[in-house]
Design a protein around this ligand. Structure first.
Ligand code: PHE
Length: 355
């Protein structure tokens, strides 16, 4: 057995001195299929039973000891390698983060969200209608007959084809959503309808596609006082000015009677415009009490129900609040403009947290 003990001492010493590659070489040369210990065990076959048992158990122990020494050394070397790597690689957590490119919320989307949040808190629901309307829903039902100058004034885009014998148009305002809502819902009604609108017009304050938000309230006892209170509250919340002067000026729309245009106070100082108290007025929206003719056109009994409606341009109120000078730039998709005038996603107003 001395040969086995000597071999053990020699092998354990070699294991202790080996690196990772050396360990693998030792495993193959000692324990592999043709390894030294494997061959010694094969030789047991030539011994008598007694000697085979004794030498066999010795060799088994040797095999286990060498195997576990190999494994222990391998684990120790791996630990040491990891420790060395950890010591060598350090992360400086004080370095500033590399900025990721971030998208911005378009000012129109932001404005729609703000308007929806303010009216949402007043109890208004959201309504929608299609961009392509028939001329009855866009004009006729709203008491704008075919020969009415409003049809020319609005520079309507007419489309080829018709629906149910009616001409198709790109809606010139969001007021057809009033008609759709009154024809599909029973009063009381309290909706706002933001959306795209179209008129053949193009300069610094007009674009052939623009946005409006429509409002409609129908109930049994609704009067001009409700209209005024609602719009004053909206304008003061939107411009974040509690004392914003608001003026109602008599006007005319075929679908409201009486009608008014609403101005907000402002000051023009030098070349700049400041919203709030000042000597000047700025027209901001149209409104009025829903014309009984329109209620009748929509199947609502004007003897029982009445209400008010309003409509305003979203680009216009966005330009005024955020100081954007030219309306055309809203739709040019210039990334530099979007980065400048756009909003971070976290600035989104929410009905829960308020503006
Ligand atoms: N539709 C009108 C426009 O585009 C605005 C408006 C809506 C006026 C509702 C009164 C009532 O100018």
């Amino acid at each position: 057995m001395q040969d086995v003990d000597a071999l053990r001492n020699a092998l354990l010493a070699q294991v202790e001195a080996a690196d990772l590659d050396g360990l693998e070489r030792l495993r193959v040369s000692e324990l592999g299929k043709k390894g030294r210990i494997t061959l010694l065990m094969r030789d047991l076959a030539g011994l008598d039973a007694q000697a085979r048992r004794e030498r066999g158990s010795h060799l088994n122990r040797l095999k286990e000891q060498v195997a576990s020494a190999l494994e222990a050394r391998r684990a120790a070397l791996a630990d040491a390698a990891l420790d060395a790597r950890l010591a060598g690689e350090s992360i400086d957590v004080t370095l500033p983060v590399r900025p990721e490119p971030q998208g911005r919320i378009h000012p129109i989307s932001q404005t729609i969200d703000e308007v929806v949040a303010i009216f949402g808190e007043m109890g208004f629901a959201l309504a929608e209608g299609p961009d392509i309307e028939d001329d009855w829903t866009n004009f006729g039902a709203l008491n704008i007959p075919p020969e009415h100058p409003a049809r020319q004034e609005m520079d309507t885009f007419y489309l080829p084809g018709e629906r149910d014998g009616r001409r198709l148009v790109l809606r010139t305002h969001t007021s057809p959503v009033q008609v759709r809502t009154m024809r599909s819902q029973r009063p009381p009604i309290r909706i706002i309808a933001p959306g795209r609108t179209y008129r053949s017009d193009y300069d610094a304050t007009h674009s052939p596609m623009f946005h409006q938000v429509e409002g409609l309230v129908i109930d049994r006892v609704i009067d001009m006082g409700h209209l005024k209170g609602c719009l004053i509250a909206f304008l003061r919340a939107y411009f974040a000015l509690d004392d914003l002067p608001v003026r109602f000026r008599p006007s005319y729309f075929p679908f409201t009677e009486p009608s008014a245009e609403v101005d907000i106070g402002c000051a023009r100082e030098g070349g700049t415009l400041r919203i709030g108290a000042g000597r000047d007025w700025l027209e901001i929206l149209g409104c009025g009490m829903v014309n009984p003719v329109v209620l009748e056109n929509c199947g609502i009994d004007p003897g029982q129900w009445q209400g008010f409606a309003f409509g305003m341009g979203l680009e216009r109120i966005a330009m005024l609040k955020y100081g954007i000078p030219d309306l055309r730039t809203f739709f040019e998709s210039d990334l530099r403009w979007l980065r400048h005038y756009g909003f971070a996603a976290l600035e989104q107003p929410s009905l829960v947290t308020g503006l």
